[in-house]
Design a protein around this ligand. Structure first.
Ligand SMILES: NC(=O)c1ccc[n+]([C@@H]2O[C@H](COP(=O)([O-])OP(=O)(O)OC[C@H]3O[C@@H](n4cnc5c(N)ncnc54)[C@H](OP(=O)(O)O)[C@@H]3O)[C@@H](O)[C@H]2O)c1
Length: 253
């Protein structure tokens, strides 16, 4: 249970990349952070790191696709002011013609149903806080298609739709719904996961791009968005590196 005094931010996918960086930034801003992901050792290490710097952090192992586990988590987490729906990823880069339906299903489960499970389960607590925030990390894939992105684009479009619909449904309540849509971020795991551990293919994604975004860049953006005054709702923010003008128009040296 939380101390009941500090604002509490739950971050999904806090074991790597954007989620881990966001947890560090929110802790620096004075939030008690609840770090969730499937890889327990990583979130426990991060919690220790945050505590060593004077922050307050808890690590809770959680697979966002497991509804029973999410409900149990919601029942034990205590106070919650901010939910950062960050867990997600792309599996494969095949064309629609060649895509594996199992990959499409897995992407839907984590990027869409994961967000749905967490949001449904934590909404009562967010409402009770009197000033709640739901943030969804979608992607520029949520807004436009690109070749080889079909399953991920479809899933992130659905995540975008959750944000847009929820904002309409909750208007009048003290809960903000924020969507951050990053372009190319050179994070720890994203490209490696997409190419199933093939480091060479993963590295090629960023080849010649002088400055892709970093997890830090997005963590700063997320932290800025959730620390605006309560009446300010950053509906949707698209963040790309300067070298990227669209999902597939990228300048490479
Ligand atoms: N990198 C990019 O270019 C980019 C661009 C736009 C949007 N995004 C989005 O940003 C988010 C973070 O991605 P990233 O770049 O930081 O990638 P990452 O380094 O691979 O991190 C992904 C995180 O999601 C967690 N995760 C995956 N499946 C999960 C599940 N079933 N339950 C709980 N946690 C799960 C992972 O933790 P465990 O494996 O420990 O569970 C990991 O912490 C994703 O939603 C991604 O789609 C990334």
């Amino acid at each position: 249970m939380g101390s009941g005094q500090q604002k509490v931010a739950v971050v999904t996918g806090a074991s790597s990349g954007i989620g881990a960086a966001t947890a560090r930034h929110l802790a620096d801003e004075g939030f008690e952070v609840v770090l969730t992901a499937r890889r327990t050792e990583r979130i426990e290490e991060l919690a220790k790191e945050i505590e060593a710097k004077g922050g307050v952090a808890r690590a809770v192992t959680l697979d966002v696709t497991d509804r029973a586990a999410v409900d149990a988590f919601a029942g034990s987490v205590g106070r919650v002011d901010v939910l950062i729906n960050n867990a997600g990823g792309a599996f494969g880069a095949e064309s629609v013609e060649r895509g594996d339906p199992a990959d499409w299903l897995a992407m839907y489960q984590v990027n869409v149903l994961g967000v749905l499970h967490m949001t449904q389960a934590l909404l009562p607590g967010l409402r009770e806080s009197g000033d709640g925030t739901v943030l969804i990390l979608s992607s520029t894939a949520a807004l436009a298609a690109y070749e080889g992105g079909g399953g991920y684009v479809a899933a992130k479009h659905a995540a975008h739709t959750i944000a847009a619909t929820l904002r309409l449904e909750l208007v009048g309540e003290p809960i903000r719904v924020i969507e951050i849509a990053p372009g190319m971020v050179k994070s720890e795991g994203f490209a490696v996961t997409r190419f199933r551990g093939d480091e060479a293919k993963a590295a090629a994604v960023y080849q010649g791009v002088s400055h892709p975004l970093t997890a830090e860049d997005i963590a700063e953006t997320v932290t800025w968005a959730v620390t605006r005054p309560s009446h300010v709702n950053i509906d949707l923010l698209v963040v790309r590196p300067r070298a990227q003008a669209s999902n597939y128009k990228v300048h490479r040296d």
